[in-house]
Design a protein around this ligand. Sequence first.
Ligand SMILES: NC(=O)c1ccc[n+]([C@@H]2O[C@H](COP(=O)([O-])OP(=O)(O)OC[C@H]3O[C@@H](n4cnc5c(N)ncnc54)[C@H](OP(=O)(O)O)[C@@H]3O)[C@@H](O)[C@H]2O)c1
Length: 248
Amino acid sequence: MRLAIAGGTGMTGEHVAAIARGRGHDVVLLSRRTGVELLSGAGLAGALEGIDALIDVTNVVTAKPDVSVMFFAGATKNLLAAERAAGVPHHLVLTIVGAEAAPDGYYAGKLAQERLVAGGVVPWTILRTTQFHEYAAMMFHRTHAGAHVASTGRIQPVAVREVAEHLVDLAERGPAGRTTDLGGPREESLADMVHRYAHAIGYRAPLPVVNTPGTLGRAFRSGALLPGADALRGTQTFSEWLDALPDA
Ligand SMILES: NC(=O)c1ccc[n+]([C@@H]2O[C@H](COP(=O)([O-])OP(=O)(O)OC[C@H]3O[C@@H](n4cnc5c(N)ncnc54)[C@H](OP(=O)(O)O)[C@@H]3O)[C@@H](O)[C@H]2O)c1
């Protein structure tokens, strides 16, 4: 198959590209580093000729709903228009389990992205997964007033490599609509994960446990971001991911 990977130079995208190439697929990477600006659409024309499926793993780092919606809706509209023009038969996008539980921040953009894909004319698949193991690192490095903290929450993290494998499986299978969610093998405490990550990289200073205010903090504490009983389960645990860290 010939697969286009929007965001193919990012964390998830690099795994998707490596797995797809390993299975013998042709891969076209779409990102600013490869000359494609998805918000303006520059570089998209001509890039999708002969593509059998496009996997969207683009991202913007923001907690602001307007910025998130502008990015995900803008990029998705341009991708769908270019796919329609080029006759791409499958648009596959990665989003997040429980996004509707925190619709007033980053997840606003993910929900807008899902609505556009599901309402569009290009046959589609939406895969929702839980947070990746790397979420612990992201939370540790996102300081508050210059201090590291460990936010409370319930989380069932999954290995990004397993998410990428599943995305390539889904691209090979063809459009499936809203497909079964994917989560990690076991529930963890987010604060515990952040502490264990900090310890693994040699951080020994105090790391206070805090209840992050706002909708996202509440969604994490309530368990709204956990996968349901019918979700698929990855196999790599957070402990195994920690053990494999280069700094560990
Ligand atoms: N992290 C998690 O726990 C988690 C969990 C579930 C789902 N997800 C979803 O996974 C997806 C991928 O996340 P990630 O952390 O792997 O992303 P990432 O590492 O931040 O990579 C983002 C990619 O998007 C590209 N990009 C950004 N702005 C662009 C633009 N204007 N035009 C073209 N390309 C652009 C970047 O390439 P350039 O910089 O070269 O443009 C890069 O390839 C996201 O949609 C996220 O919602 C994440």
